[in-house]
Design a binder for this molecule. Structure first.
Ligand code: FAD
Length: 458
């Protein structure tokens, strides 16, 4: 729906990761005045690798996290670079850089830095500044003309600065706050326990017996890296029916063993599994995922995190009572991230300018309830509320704002990488069989839209 335009809004975007950067660009394009507040010294979010993790609680239980990035040194993309880029800024191969299809994390950081240069985004960003509080001005007047108080603190300063904005876009990511299992004996176990959030390199685990809990992406990657240095790796998994790729890895390495989940931890160092088997371990690394957390946000209960469901949020983006002046980018998981963030950013920007309008609060709440019911009917646990895992949703979302649908080649390249990783876990980033698809992608407007000379001059 298109309506009359509002005056430009003064908007605070929290976070200068991929979501925050594309939000800033879209908001400015729509005529708004934008301030991006970023706690770190540079852009990139998760992709700004942080090697120094000393001082952080190993299980991430401290009051406030100091380390945002959960990337380890050897991390390479799990998806091919061709599908990663924002729609108008392809993730091209650049001479002298990491030219692999599944490059290391640094290459994606460089891509994001290029994105910033190309669109002149840096001038909007206040670095080394953390948002400590976001709350409503004149609370009590829900809805119309809602404004927001944002309190920030610069690094190494005690001074809190307070400012009022017309709108706040939360783009703080959700792969930093460790999600931990609850295991009998965990608090009494005296050896090293840590979350993968703080895993960086394998060397500290040389000759150790390590239990890795969780066999999704990080658990698999870290186990495969540890086989070359640790004495034994015991991978504890919810199910012993693992992918063909992981089975191959386990049968190839004598020091990598698969176990069911942990029953309890004993004070003498034993880690006992539910099948009665046990090992004496030096370290347990929990690769058990992350929780949504917005410690700065005070919405008087209008948005809450309950068992990793952030809600109520209309289309994972807008709290019906506070929209569009409060919005979230990047909440959905298991999607092709960057183009989706871009469509969210466009929708937010156009709602704030009045180019589009949302349904009524009641209609949004109804839609959310229907979504929850459908998830329950499909036996999807609450903590997986934001796991999308379907391209159709991205296309449906795009239609809200007239954003292009995902290109067929993007979908197919994504699937082909997933299938390959399932079967060839150790090699899928270097050996693939999708040359035909790749050629289609390379000839598509997405890759031919930029003048190569102009881009190379960045
Ligand atoms: C180990 C790992 C591997 C991954 N691999 C892939 C992959 O291969 N492909 C893929 O598409 N995605 C991958 N991801 C997901 C990745 O998180 C997203 O690609 C992307 O970084 C999400 O962008 P974002 O901007 O939403 O959040 P983030 O990148 O997390 O950025 C959030 C920003 O907000 C800032 N911030 C947070 N709180 C505050 C505050 N209070 N005040 C000020 N600033 C704040 C942070 O410093 C950060 O800069 C991976 C994630 C992890 C952890």
């Amino acid at each position: 729906m298109v309506s009359a335009r509002n005056p430009p809004r003064y908007v605070c975007v929290i976070g200068a990761g991929p979501s925050g950067l594309v939000a800033a660009r879209e908001l400015r394009k729509e005529g708004h005045t934008v301030v991006v507040v970023e706690q770190n010294h540079d852009v990139g979010g998760q992709w700004l690798y942080e090697p120094k993790v000393e001082g952080e609680d190993p299980l991430g239980k401290g009051k406030a996290l100091n380390v945002h990035s959960s990337m380890y040194e050897s991390l390479r993309l799990t998806s091919p670079r061709e599908i990663m880029g924002f729609t108008d800024f392809p993730f091209l191969i650049k001479k002298g850089r990491d030219t692999r299809r599944f490059p290391g994390h640094k290459e994606l950081l460089l891509y994001l830095k290029d994105f910033c240069e190309w669109f002149g985004l840096r001038e909007m960003i206040r670095f080394n500044t953390r948002v400590e509080y976001v709350g409503m001005l004149d609370y009590g007047e829900f809805g119309k003309d809602l404004r927001w108080v944002v309190e920030t603190r610069a690094k190494d300063s005690d001074k809190v600065v307070s400012e009022v904005f017309d709108a706040v876009v939360v783009a703080t990511g959700h792969y930093s706050q460790p999600r931990l299992p609850s295991i009998k004996g965990m608090s009494a176990w005296r050896r090293k326990q840590m979350h993968s959030h703080l895993y960086r390199v394998p060397e500290p685990f040389r000759d150790q017996v390590v239990v890795v809990v969780g066999n999704s992406l990080s658990g698999q990657d870290i186990s495969m890296e540890l086989v070359n240095v640790a004495k034994e790796i015991h991978l504890s998994s919810k199910s012993l029916h693992v992918s063909e790729g992981l089975s191959k890895v386990i049968s190839k390495h004598d020091n990598l063993h698969l176990h069911p989940i942990i029953e309890c931890l004993h004070e003498d160092g034993r880690v006992e599994f539910v099948d009665g088997s046990w090992v004496i371990a030096d370290t347990i690394i929990y690769c058990t995922g992350y929780s949504y957390s917005f410690p700065f946000l005070d919405t008087k209960g209008a948005v809450a995190v309950d068992d990793d469901r952030v809600g109520p949020l209309y289309e994972h983006t807008f709290p019906p009572n506070l929209a569009p002046s409060l919005s979230f980018i990047g909440i959905p998981r298991k999607i092709i991230g960057f183009p989706f963030f871009e469509s969210q950013a466009k929708w937010i920007a156009q709602l704030l300018s009045g180019k589009r309008t949302l349904p009524s609060k009641d209609e949004m709440m109804k839609s959310i309830q229907e979504f929850y019911k459908a998830r329950e009917a499909a036996s999807i646990p609450k903590h997986n509320t934001h796991d999308i895992a379907e391209f159709e949703y991205c296309d449906k979302y795009a239609d809200f704002v007239g954003f292009p649908h995902l290109e067929e080649w993007r979908k197919e390249l994504c699937i082909s990488a997933l299938v390959n990783s399932d079967v060839n876990l150790e090699t899928y980033r270097d050996c693939y069989d999708d040359e035909d698809l790749l050629q289609v992608a390379k000839k598509s407007p997405h890759f031919t839209q930029l003048e190569p000379e102009a881009f190379c001059s960045l």
